[in-house]
Design a protein around this ligand. Structure first.
Ligand SMILES: [Fe+2]
Length: 224
């Protein structure tokens, strides 16, 4: 396992040709880098005011994971940390807020701690009026690296407490409606501190594993 600075990660992403961005992100996230230290050091180093401003641009209330913006390269990519708090997840689940959904961006992600169950759905309807059928269920583990196109419906279930993933998002493919946030600054700072804590004492990272389901979108990529 080697250490890489956050700045080096950003620089490497800047040099990736746009037409092979998904495969390149999966290759990069598959490297045996100390991802926990990289994400932790970056999250902990952002001054509070800047952290709050960045987080409020992407934070979504009423769902899990909690998302933290680590870097924004406008029009190109965003680097985001996802942190699953199990008790918060369970509250959202009980309230029926954890449902199949699609995102407004393609993304590649690596689990750097924990695990979760992951359901993927075929959609024979439209994005607005989906008709979904499960086509794959998997359990994604620490070290798993996968890509998901923006318009694929999926749902993450039963995360282990303190599951953390590092996500590289592509540019926005649609404009989501963003409800006004009610979360306080203190709550966001406490959520950040919990995410930083979850990234302490993470076992050394090995080369990533790309689950079988993700290969359908990575034709020609040299990933393990
Ligand atoms: Fe999702």
């Amino acid at each position: 396992m080697r250490r890489t600075s956050f700045e080096e990660l950003v620089e490497r992403l800047r040099t990736v040709p746009r037409d092979r961005f998904p495969a390149a992100c999966v290759e990069l996230l598959s490297e045996p880098i100390d991802w926990a230290a990289l994400a932790r050091d970056r999250l902990a180093s952002i001054p509070d005011g800047e952290f709050l401003m960045m987080t409020r641009r992407i934070f979504v209330e009423g769902v899990e994971p909690k998302v933290f913006l680590l870097h924004d390269e406008p029009g190109r990519f965003r680097i985001v940390l996802n942190h699953f708090d199990r008790s918060s997840f369970d509250r959202h689940w009980s309230a029926g807020r954890i449902t199949p959904h699609y995102h407004h961006f393609d993304f590649s992600t690596r689990l750097i701690r924990g695990h979760y169950h992951h359901w993927l759905f075929e959609n024979s309807g439209t994005l607005d009026r989906p008709e979904l059928a499960t086509w794959h269920r998997t359990r994604d583990l620490v070290g798993h690296v996968y890509f998901l196109p923006w318009d694929e419906f999926h749902c993450v279930l039963a995360p282990e407490h303190d599951t953390v993933s590092l996500q590289i998002r592509g540019p926005a493919r649609s404009r989501p409606r963003r409800p006004e946030l009610t979360v306080s600054d203190a709550e966001l700072l406490a959520a950040r501190d919990a995410a930083v804590k979850a990234l302490l004492d993470v076992p050394p990272a090995e080369s990533g594993v790309v689950p079988e389901f993700a290969h359908r979108w990575l034709a020609g990529a040299t990933v393990g």
